[in-house]
Design a protein around this ligand. Structure first.
Ligand SMILES: [Zn+2]
Length: 78
C-alpha cells in the first residue's frame, strides 16, 4: 500500500482513471504519471509521464493472482 506523511500534498479524486476496469496492460503506454498497483498481487510501481508499463515478467506474480493489470492509485499532478 502506498504511504505518505503529509496528506496536505494529496487530494482525493473520484475520476474513472482510478477505476480497476481502466487498469493498463503490461507493455502499454502509461496514461498518467504516478503510482500504480498490480490488481492481482498488489505490487506497486511509480512511472513517469510518457513511459511504458513494465513487461509481463517485471515482478514475481503467482499464477493464482490472475493477469497483471496496472491500476492507477496516485496520479502526479502537473
Ligand atoms: Zn502482480
Amino acid at each position: 500500500m502506498a504511504l505518505y506523511k503529509d496528506g496536505g500534498f494529496l487530494s482525493q479524486d473520484f475520476g474513472s482513471a482510478f477505476d480497476a476496469n481502466n487498469a493498463s496492460h503490461p507493455g502499454t503506454l502509461a496514461p498518467y504519471a504516478g503510482i500504480y498497483r498490480c490488481t492481482g498481487c498488489g505490487h506497486e510501481i511509480a512511472i513517469a509521464c510518457g513511459h511504458v508499463m513494465p513487461p509481463q515478467n517485471h515482478h514475481s506474480h503467482g499464477l493464482l493472482s490472475g493477469p497483471i493489470l496496472w491500476q492507477l492509485i496516485v496520479a502526479a499532478h502537473h
